[in-house]
Write a protein that binds this ligand. Sequence first.
Ligand SMILES: [Zn+2]
Length: 492
Amino acid sequence: MKVALLGIVHESNTFVKELTTLDHFRKSRWLFGNDIINEYKHAFHEIGGMIEAMDEAGIEIVPVMYAEATPGGMVTTEAYEQLTEKMFSSLQQALPVDGCLVVPHGAGVCETYPDLDGQWLTKLREIVGSSMPIIGTIDPHANVSKLMIESTNALVAYKTNPHIDQRSAGKEAGKLMADFLSKKNKPLQFFSSLPLAISIEQQFSEKDPCKALLNLAKEIGTREHILSTSIVLGFPYADVKEMGSSVIVISNDETAGKEALLDLENYIISNKELFNGVKEDISQLLGSLDECKKPILLLDMGDNVGGGGPGDSTYLLDALEDAGKENTFICVYDPKAVESLRNSQEGEEIELAFGMNPHGNLTRPRLVTLLFKGSGVFDELKPRHGGQIHFDMGDMAIVKTIQSNVVMLTSLRVPPYSLQQLLAFGIDPMKFDAIVAKGVNAPIAAYTGVCETMIQVNTPGLTQADMTKFHYENRRIPLFPFEQDKISTHVD
Ligand SMILES: [Zn+2]
C-alpha cells in the first residue's frame, strides 16, 4: 500500500495589507520528496506523526510536497497557483496511490479564493476520485468550510493550544488512514459550524473554559463508535464566511456520530458567555507589575506574529519605558533597522529608530548600545507550538536601550515559540523583570518554567483580542459575540 503526503499551510490575516507571496513560502518551507521526511521525521509536527503511523502500519509514505509560510496577509493568486500546480504535477508522478494524507491549516485565504484550503482539497478530490481516502490534520485555528469537509474523509484538529500535540494529531490521522485501508473502519465525518467565535485569549487549552471543553471532547471520544473528536476554536482575523468556531466528529456509526456532535454543540452554545472573556490594557496593569513574581511574560495580543501581526510594534516597550521600567526584553521585526547597523561595532552607542507604533508610524529614535549582530538561526528540539525544529530570523542584532531594556531586531518575522530564540544568543531569560512576547497562547509553551507570571495584554494592532473592533463584511450572521441576543441556547 502507498499513501501520498501533501500539504499547504498558511494562516491568513485578511486585515494585514501586505500579501503573502511565493517568496514568503520559499524563505519558510517549500519542500518536496524526501526533504519533507528529513525535516519532519523526528519533529513534533503532524507530518512526524503521520510518518510514524504509516511505518507502524507497514504502509509506504510517498512525500509529494509541503509548503508553509509564517502567518501573514492573504496569499497571492500567483503563489496559490504555483504551489498547487507544482503539488499536483508532483502528485501525478506519484500515482497510483491508495490514499492521501493531507496537511492543510484550515485558515488559509487566497486573494481570489477566500477558502484556500477548501479550494485545493476539492481539486485534490477531483484528481484522485471519490473512492480514495483523503484524511488529514487541521490547526484548531481553522475556519472550517463545507468544501474542506466534503472533499475529505476525516480531519483531525490538534487538541492543545499552545499546539504541543501536533505529532499525536498526525498519528491519529495516520491511524484513521491505516484502519480505512485495512478495512477495519470506514470513517464518517460529521461537522457543525457554530454561531459563535471563541475569543483568542479564551483559547488557552490549559485553563477553563477551553480546558473543560477539550476534556468533554476527549470523554465523548471514548464512546463506542467514536473515532475522533475535534474542537475547532477558529481564527478571528479573517473576514471570510467561515470565520468562527466549529466541531468535527469522526465515527463509524451515523447515530453515534450525530449524537456526539450535538452534545458538543450544545455544551458550547449553552456556555457561550464563558468564551468571550475580559480584556486588560497595559494602563490597567502597570501599577500592579511590581508586585508580580518575575520574570513576567507580557503577551502582546495586538501584534501576535503567529496570527499574522507584523511583529514590529513597540507599543509595550514604549509603555514600559514611559513608566520607567528597566530590565525587560522584546523582539521586534525591523529589517531596515538591522541593515542600518551594518557598519556599527559591538559596544558602540547609536541613535536608532526601530519598529512601528500600531498606527503604522515610526517610533521615536532611542539611544542604544549594540550588543550583538549576526545570523539569527537556531534550533528547537522540544515539543513547542508549531512543531518546527529549524528557525531563521535572518540577519539580526541585539541592542540595549539607555533604559537598560534589551531589544532583539530581526529581518525575518519569527513568532516567539522557542526559548532558544534567546538562549542560542547567550540571553538568559531568567534575568529579566519582564519579557514581551508577541503572541497570545502559543508562547506559553516556551516560557512555562521560566516566567512566574503570564499576562495577556489587550494591545492595539491587526490581531487585537477584541474581534468586535474589526469591520467584517463576509462573516456569518448571527455570530456570538457580535449579535449576542440573537443566538439560541440550544441546538435540536
Ligand atoms: Zn493554531
